[in-house]
Design a protein around this ligand. Structure first.
Ligand SMILES: [Cu+2]
Length: 240
């Protein structure tokens, strides 16, 4: 059943896929069971009224079992959710800022100092090469660089800081099993570890305007060496 999904390229994805498959199997089973009960009921026709005790068991027995089942699935799902969101990222995790805007994704890397510089809305000028409005006066921003593709090294945790500049966008990377709304004025953190090198699709899953259909980007998962080479080329371009 998991083969319906694109190949997983993240460490946490396998457990999510298993949970999804478990849900599908359980609810397919319940669907079949419910229809069987219906058919048996139709076939048996009207029966003499059950005793109060038997009626109680018939009514609350399945309800009890379903409550336990839903509870189990909820706790299991919550743990998987918590793994990328509630528990903090490793302090050593690579920091990348993801910004959605009509109609593109931009990815900012903090450079050697591992600190993002201040951004100001009035400095936003995509035509002049500053789509995020990085303030040149802030020393922490001097070595920040912005990319239109998300490049991540395999087997290293990344802490994604997801933001939006104008309207609500949906940051979705099916191959990383990640989907998170990017909301103006809010910062969402997701941390995960990419595994399999390759090129994958990044989509926007909120209808964010006329150009929504073409709001996509590429995720490239590369080896640590390739990543180091890519970063130094990018850094050389911003810090002469
Ligand atoms: Cu969008």
């Amino acid at each position: 059943m998991t083969s319906l999904l694109p190949p997983d390229a993240s460490l946490h994805g396998l457990a999510l896929d298993r949970h999804l498959a478990l849900n599908l199997w359980i609810f397919s089973g319940l669907f079949v069971l419910a229809n069987l009960i219906l058919l048996v009921g139709v076939r048996l026709g009207r029966q003499p009224e059950a005793s109060a005790e038997r009626a109680f068991v018939l009514e609350y027995g399945p309800l009890f079992v379903l409550t336990i089942l839903f509870g189990f699935l909820t706790v299991r799902a919550e743990r998987l959710w918590a793994e990328t969101r509630y528990t903090g990222a490793d302090p050593e995790a690579l920091q990348v800022e993801v910004t959605g805007m009509q109609f593109a994704w931009y990815f900012r890397y903090p450079g050697k100092d591992a600190r993002f510089g201040v951004t100001r809305p009035r400095l936003v000028e995509a035509g002049a090469g500053n789509p995020l409005g990085i303030d040149a006066a802030d020393p922490a921003g001097k070595d920040d660089f912005v990319s239109s593709e998300l490049v991540l090294p395999a087997a290293r945790e990344v802490d994604l800081k997801i933001e939006a500049q104008d309207v609500i966008h949906g940051f979705s990377v099916p191959s990383l099993r990640v989907k998170q709304n990017a909301v103006p004025g809010q910062t969402m953190h997701i941390h995960l570890t990419p595994t399999r090198p390759g090129t994958y699709a990044i989509l926007c899953t909120q209808v964010c305007g006329l150009g929504h259909y073409r709001m996509g980007a590429n995720l490239r998962i590369v080896t640590p060496d390739e990543y180091a080479a890519w970063v130094s080329a990018k850094e050389a371009a911003v810090t002469p």
